[in-house]
Design a protein around this ligand. Structure first.
Ligand code: BG6
Length: 478
């Protein structure tokens, strides 16, 4: 279903995010027939380009990042036709009037701030000061949304001085992932799971976002953030919220975000003994974190494992274990709901039971698996074993999967539709920082150093111990 006609300004249009994600994403939406033919994309940045120069830049970006769709010369030409360019000086006067003159009346206006947060305030002031935006415009901002609670509050204040909350779309690209939304569909679209989704039946929940990549090439940014700020405060927090929240009264922006906010506010402060911080060491032909960070004495973590408690009626006594890290054995993101054993076993003998687990796989091979107990086939009597009930999206949905929009494509189309459900609200971001800040401050006060871990494994041994001491174990990173 095509969205309504729109003019989208991308500030920072020649930057990395625009080149890799935003522009190829828009192109794919055009190819899928979701972008109206009259859509206009106005690139703006410091560079001294003209329309033709910008189109050349985008053509190259599509070749590199838009996959096979970019081989269709006709579609590429059609997309390039939609593009215009304005050379812009964020702190000066150049370009702003021209930008305004490019906008058409009676279309949706959106501005994507594809720049660092230090520019958000100035851009917001310039846009509204020059009358480029009004009360109907939408703005899109990227993470990192602040470095801590104080800076996040300052950013919110700057943006809200020019825009209402309902105009501000804060992207967390994890919310745009297909399976993340499926988590809500599974929970609230089936009568089967929700009655079991509580401390009475769930032993614990494991949320893992494991990556094989290092921080090579982005050590400058990463070293000031670390896994806690880069991944836990936003992506893992969102996964935790969607797993733990109460059913919203409807699938709508404020109803969903109200429930997520309640989860964040219910999080107990985390004791330092319940957090494991790691930093990858050197491996065969692989540089260590310290070499990538360029600070031989960096205390920044590239791995976190932690035990989190949601102090409310539903989750009292059921811990959530979160784990994320770079340079691990595999790229694997999943949410695993580990159920309690049946209250009484009628079967004799031990069969090394692991129990029922519902796994929502975000990547790779998106899908849902449920581990169930069955009788071992054959004449050997009543012996039990466990098998997966496996649903891979690729198998179940076939061709539909190959045309599934990626996270950015979906989120940009949601901006045009005016649907904020999959975007973070200002109070949510602040609440997440309010929970994370004391943990980071405690490390800083103690001058604590992350423990080293070998690349290609599953993180430091302390992370295994975090669960072992509770009589549990992590699922394997593959
Ligand atoms: C980004 C982080 O937000 O998410 C990166 O800054 C991380 O450090 C990336 O690698 C992971 O995203 P995805 O979609 O590849 O899981």
């Amino acid at each position: 279903i095509p969205v309504d006609p729109f003019d989208l300004i991308i500030i920072g249009a020649t930057g990395d995010l625009a080149r890799r994600k935003i522009l190829p994403g828009l192109f794919r939406r055009m190819c899928a027939g979701q972008m109206p033919e009259t859509a206009k994309v106005i690139g703006a940045s410091r560079g001294d380009l003209d329309d033709a120069g910008f189109r050349d830049f985008v053509k190259d970006a599509l070749k590199e990042f838009a996959g096979d769709t970019a081989k269709d010369a006709k579609s590429v030409a059609q997309f390039l036709e939609m593009l215009e360019y304005v050379s812009l000086d964020v702190f000066g006067d150049t370009g702003w009037k021209e930008l305004k003159s490019k906008l058409r009346p009676d279309t949706i206006h959106a501005v994507y701030f594809s720049v660092g947060p230090s520019l958000f305030g100035e851009i917001a002031r310039k846009l509204s000061g020059h009358g480029i935006t009004d009360e109907h415009s939408r703005i899109v901002v990227e993470k990192p949304f602040g470095h801590d609670l104080e800076t996040a509050k300052a950013l919110n204040t700057e943006l809200r001085a020019c825009f209402d909350e309902h105009q501000i779309y804060r992207i967390d690209h994890y919310l745009g992932k297909e399976t993340v939304q499926n988590l809500m569909a599974v929970r609230f679209g089936n009568a089967l799971f929700e009655p079991l989704w509580n401390a009475q039946h769930v032993d614990h929940v494991q949320i893992t976002v494991a990556e094989t990549v290092s921080v090579e090439g982005r050590g400058g940014y990463y070293d000031k953030s670390g896994a806690m700020r880069d991944m836990v405060q936003n992506h893992l927090m969102q996964l935790l919220c969607l797993s733990a929240m109460e059913p919203p009264s409807k699938y709508g922006a404020d109803a969903v975000r109200d429930e997520k906010l309640k989860v964040i506010r219910a999080l107990e402060p985390v004791a330092p003994s319940e957090v494991v911080r790691g930093q990858y060491s050197a491996g065969r032909d692989m540089a260590s974190y310290l070499e990538h960070a360029e600070d031989p004495d960096s205390k920044t973590e590239s791995f976190i494992a932690m035990k989190v408690k949601v102090a409310n009626w539903r989750w009292a006594s059921t811990p959530f274990y979160l784990r994320t890290g770079k340079r691990l054995r595999g790229r694997m993101s999943e949410i695993a709901i580990v159920f309690k054993d049946p209250p009484h076993s009628i079967f004799e003998g031990d069969f090394n039971r692991k129990g029922n687990v519902l796994v929502i796989r975000l990547q790779p091979d998106e899908g849902i698996t449920m581990r169930v107990t069955i009788k071992e086939p054959g004449p050997g009597g009543m012996r039990l074993t466990e098998v997966p009930l496996d649903m891979s999206f690729a198998d179940a949905l076939g061709d539909q999967v190959s045309v599934m929009p990626d996270a950015y494509e979906r989120l940009i189309m949601d901006v045009i539709r005016g649907d904020q459900t999959l975007f973070m609200r200002g109070d949510e971001v602040e609440a997440a920082w309010a929970w994370v800040d004391p943990i980071i401050e405690a490390w800083q006060d103690a001058g604590s150093r992350p423990v080293p871990y070998d690349p290609g494994g599953s993180g430091p041994d302390d992370s295994l111990m975090l669960l072992h001491k509770d009589g549990r174990r992590w699922r394997e990173i593959k």
